[in-house]
Design a binder for this molecule. Structure first.
Ligand code: SF4
Ligand code: SF4
Length: 363
């Protein structure tokens, strides 16, 4: 199914316009100090900078209406109320350009839960199916990147429909675009581009190998094969988790910036104040907040931040892999490290939790 095309550097904006015909394109845009995904205008030169936030909100919005409700009293029996629901959802076909392989792999982590789990989520499924993901491969690793620890990598194709690899220099620079899915093939064919010749495809492979080697040199990947079991052994070691979480402010930034965090809250918002009409909303929530697990009785099984951080790390590196064929639900994008106001570093927690510890209590 996969085929390759060549996009000359000066042709990228035109090629994107053609690929995105009939779709809203979301691409990185600089706003103040941050780079965020915003709708791209036709002809706009795409920014190739790595975004501060992942593009997950395009498919899993920060807040979305699940349905509207209207309560109607029976005029002949005021004690009797009926509820009408309007669950129409407007889904626009979309194209995400400029997320990185770690971002695209984030959608794969979502897919396993919201598409292929026991309860298919119709809202997520509709947006995912209507969205094409076009991902530039990375050619340079940031100081907080550790994708190669997690099964991801600078040219990982998981979750993308098209992978673009920059090749060449100066006037001879461009991108080898490889379509990876039927959606990707259909979109790439719209752009009327020349085939990528063997030399250019070989150059793209060389770029992948060089980036991978640079990452390995910068931060050699530790052996994390024992991590899922070690994290479970660490579960009762609250002293360890207290040490790790002492400086945490419970602000939740790490979860909102994470391409793989998928928790949400449901609220009903009344329109008009009489409670007769309103909307049910689904909004991002985060497990680092003390309210996240508070039960109706007031009891909270994760009262302390040590227990909440333990859950966050344990979920990504132990519980999720155990439910999903060993797939780690962290892609090593490093955003939780760069975005944390007090420099909590998930790499340190994973490595320290994985080290054998004679003092870890057994129960
Ligand atoms: S971003 Fe840092 S301070 Fe905020 S909840 Fe996450 S670990 Fe704690
Ligand atoms: S846990 Fe941190 S490093 Fe891992 S995917 Fe989420 S934000 Fe990126």
């Amino acid at each position: 199914m996969s085929f390759a095309r060549y996009i000359a550097r000066g042709e990228l904006a035109r090629a994107l316009d053609d690929m995105a015909r009939g779709r809203v394109t979301y691409a990185p845009r600089r706003e103040g100090d941050a780079v965020v995904f915003r709708p791209r205008a036709e002809g706009e030169e795409p920014l190739l900078a790595r975004a501060t936030v992942p593009p997950k909100g395009v498919i899993f919005p920060q807040s979305e209406r699940l349905f509207a409700f209207i309560r109607e009293k029976d005029p002949n029996d005021p004690g009797h109320t009926t509820v009408r629901l309007d669950s129409t959802v407007d889904i626009e076909p979309a194209l995400i350009f400029g997320g990185r392989p770690c971002d695209a792999r984030g959608f794969h982590i979502f897919d396993r839960v919201y598409l292929n789990g026991p309860h298919r989520d119709p809202y997520y499924a509709a947006r995912r199916e209507a969205t094409v993901v076009v991902t530039p491969a990375c050619t340079k690793a940031g100081s907080t990147c550790f994708c190669h620890w997690t099964g991801c990598g600078p040219a990982d194709t998981t979750g993308s429909d098209i992978l673009l690899t920059p090749v060449g220099t100066g006037a001879d620079s461009g991108f080898v675009a490889v379509a990876l899915t039927e959606r990707g093939c259909a979109v790439l064919e719209q752009a009327n581009l020349p085939e990528a010749d063997t030399a250019r495809s070989d150059a793209a492979q060389a770029v992948h190998a060089a980036t991978r080697a640079a990452l390995d040199a910068q931060s050699p990947a530790p052996d994390l094969s024992a991590t899922p079991a070690r994290l479970l052994e660490r579960f009762p070691d609250t002293g360890f988790w207290r040490d790790m979480s002492d400086k945490c402010l419970s602000c939740g930034a790490c979860t909102y910036l994470c391409p793989t965090c998928y928790c949400f809250n449901i609220t009903d918002e009344n329109d008009g104040g009489d409670g007769m009409r309103g909307r049910r909303l689904r909004s991002w929530d985060n497990c680092m907040s003390s309210l996240f697990t508070r039960e109706a009785s007031g009891h909270n099984p994760r009262m302390g931040k040590a227990l909440r951080l333990r859950n966050r790390v344990g979920h990504k590196f132990s519980y999720y892999p155990q439910l999903h064929e060993g797939v780690v639900s962290c892609n090593g994008c490093g955003r939780c490290i760069t975005g944390c106001p007090v420099s909590v570093d998930i790499r340190e927690m994973v490595v320290r939790a994985t080290e054998a510890n004679e003092e870890t209590p057994n129960a």
